[in-house]
Design a protein around this ligand. Structure first.
Ligand code: WT7
Length: 635
């Protein structure tokens, strides 16, 4: 039996028991046998959730790119590492072999070095889904710089906040990006952001859409020009196991995004091991995850996990609706995709367009389907199972987070019997628990509570960049000695988990994690707005959509509410990005508040969801009279 590749349910239980009974020796064995180390560790694990502090493979030396690239050269040099499918199908796919990738990453390493980037420096990557994005990530990792990828749909303000928070010295971007029939001027967004970022000394610009753009003398340079001159040889920097590998920002319940810090060895081991098992990856498979690399899903399951296993990983630049709603299935047919990993929101959006787009294509290459990002509803699950998997491809509903680095609760395909809407069982090494509101662990099956993890796993984020206290407060303070996920979950009679959703002020819209506070801050910047409260409500495609309750400084006539709505959404677009726009905006005279001045969102959530039969206890409200008024005018 190989602990690295689990093939039966019996094996899963056996390996799971081993991983929880003797975590140190279990992970020691996985790490020893399946990765390349410059020096082995002195200690597998040390941890203390009260500080909190977690260290895996302390004392080990390695470079993750030697595991993702170099070690495959002898056996898989000519194998496609990255299969790039462009926005416009007419442009044709690109096959980047492991050998090509090696040379291209090395060249970029030399460019970074010539620009003064070294170990520990932060580099912001603001790129569309083109090969340069993966190559930039790998080049940073190879040189020892910490990459901070910012999703290229974020606005200039959001980009500037992230660049400044981690004091990036460099930005790697492109002239622009394609998105379906549209193009976006990425470089001008960067220019605007950098007006507020004095830490950035250089900007490397890759050509994608070939438009005229402004280049700032002494700061901006064309990447292609620099690459041409650069050597394709570069010796990877030796890193410590616990050296930061990357920072990735995620929304929180206050205005500032949280820069989650992932370190090298544990992240590598866990992302690779989960990839192998959750997708049952075999040598000739063609694996496709549709996420953007700007999110953790892309980091772990487009770049690091697949490449550490020597896999072929597809990078898709476009959108599911261009040139038509059959694009995903056209790509599956064209590249004979074997594993397909996407988000429930994409499934729902495509299901709405009808099966005729699916039926035009041969999907017989598919073996395994995956979903991630939000709870998948039963209808979407069945549509996916019936029409895409033809009832023969297991669906892995994978629950995890930016903070967890890798998949935490998931079926093992062909082993774990699936159950619609259930993420099923903890992955190897993961010890989930459900807690009640009094901080007590709920034992036994058929339970419902707050989802926590009671033991560290190798890819847990180690801190929030520059703010360890916030890390502790957010994840380790709600329950003693536990990592608190922010999600609610239930456990059925056999021990399967179903994630019921966030229990904090984070709302997941189309699979994007949005904090309400930063959006409220943006709304409040409108000169006419006095106060606002944002809640989620169920939406048939997006999963959740945003409902804003807004009080105005002057209520009277004379203000056109439709214009105000447009202006508010415009500010949100500028400050955060279009993903955070409000679906509904209700202007109201007051917001329900507790005596301590806290807005009672529970009530607003019920009104937005049209679930007002029982509003619960409103006795602590300072102004209960406003509730009826809000209900009467609900949208
Ligand atoms: C939150 C984390 C991890 C990659 C994408 C999102 C929700 C994620 C599932 C799932 C139900 C899910 C949770 C979680 N979530 N996967 N399979 N079923 N909910 O990463 O942006 O950090 O968001 O996404 O609420 O806490 P993220």
């Amino acid at each position: 039996m190989s602990n690295y590749h689990i093939k039966h349910l019996e094996e899963y239980f056996q390996v799971y028991r081993k991983s929880t009974n003797k975590p140190e020796s279990f992970w020691d064995e996985i790490a020893t046998e399946h990765f390349l180390w410059r020096k082995k560790w002195d200690k597998v694990l040390s941890w203390d959730f009260t500080k909190p502090e977690v260290k895996w493979f302390e004392g080990a030396k390695l470079n993750i790119t030697e595991n993702c690239i170099d070690r495959h050269l002898a056996t898989r040099g000519d194998k496609t590492a990255i299969l790039f499918e462009p926005n416009d199908p007419k442009e044709g796919a690109q096959h980047i072999t492991y050998k090509d990738l090696y040379h291209r990453v090395n060249k970029l390493c030399n460019v970074l070095k010539s620009k003064g980037i070294g170990k520990g420096d932060r580099v912001c990557i603001y790129l569309p889904m083109i090969p340069e994005l993966a190559i930039s990530i790998l080049a940073c990792a190879r040189i020892g710089a910490i990459h901070s990828v910012v999703f290229a749909g974020f606005s200039a303000t959001a980009l500037a906040t992230r660049i400044n928070d981690s004091e990036c010295k460099m930005v790697i971007t492109s002239d622009g990006s394609y998105r379906g029939a549209k193009t976006i001027d990425l470089k001008s967004i960067v220019d605007e952001a950098l007006e507020d970022c004095s830490c950035v000394k250089s900007v490397l610009v890759t050509k994608r859409i070939q438009t005229e753009i402004k280049m700032k003398e002494g700061r901006d340079e064309w990447l292609e020009v620099l690459l041409e001159e650069a050597s394709d040889q570069f010796v990877a920097t030796v890193m410590d196991a616990e050296d930061p590998l990357f920072i990735l920002y995620t929304s929180g319940s206050t205005g500032m995004p949280k820069g989650m810090v992932h370190t090298t060895a544990g992240y590598m081991v866990y992302s690779a091991y989960t990839f192998k098992n959750v997708f049952q990856y075999k040598e000739h498979d063609i694996y496709w995850c549709t996420a953007d690399i700007g999110w953790i899903t892309g980091h772990s399951y487009i770049v690091y996990g697949p490449l550490a296993n020597g896999a072929t990983t597809v990078m898709f630049e476009g959108v599911p609706s261009y040139p038509d709603y059959g694009r995903f299935w056209e790509i599956v047919e064209k590249h004979k995709i074997t594993q397909f990993y996407t988000a429930p929101t994409a499934i729902r959006a495509l299901a709405k367009e009808g099966v005729e787009h699916v039926e035009k294509h041969d999907l017989s290459s598919l073996k395994i389907l995956g979903t991630v990002g939000e709870p998948i509803n039963e209808e979407a699950w069945h549509w996916y199972d019936d029409n895409i998997g033809k009832k023969k491809s297991p669906i892995v509903d994978t629950w995890w987070q930016t903070e967890t680095g890798g998949i935490m609760i998931t079926p093992i395909p062909f082993s774990t019997p699936t159950k619609p809407t259930y993420a099923t069982l903890p992955f190897i090494g993961i010890q989930p628990v459900l807690m009640d509101e009094n901080g007590k662990e709920i034992e036994g099956n058929q339970a419902d509570g707050r989802l926590c993890i009671k033991f560290p796993w190798p890819s847990i984020a180690r801190t929030i960049w520059g703010n360890h206290k916030r890390y502790k407060d957010t994840y380790f303070s709600a329950f003693e000695n536990m990592y608190f996920t922010g999600d609610g979950a239930l456990r059925d009679e056999v021990g399967y988990y179903r994630i019921t959703g966030r229990v904090d002020d984070v709302i997941i819209v189309s699979g994007h994690n949005l904090g309400t506070a930063p959006i409220e801050d943006a709304v409040n910047e409108h000169p006419a707005v006095s106060e606002s409260a944002i809640v989620g409500f169920p939406h048939d495609v997006k999963g959740n959509a945003l409902y804003g309750y807004v009080t105005l400084k002057e209520t009277g006539e004379g203000r056109n509410h439709d214009n105000l709505r447009k202006e508010i959404n415009q500010i949100i677009t500028e400050q955060i990005g279009p993903i955070a726009k409000l679906n509904k905006i209700q202007f109201t005279e007051g917001l329900p508040k507790t005596r301590s001045g806290k807005i009672m969102r529970r009530i607003l959530r019920k009104i937005a969801s049209k679930d007002t039969s029982n509003l619960g206890d409103t006795s602590t409200l300072l102004n209960p009279e406003c509730v009826q008024g809000i209900m009467d005018k609900a949208l």
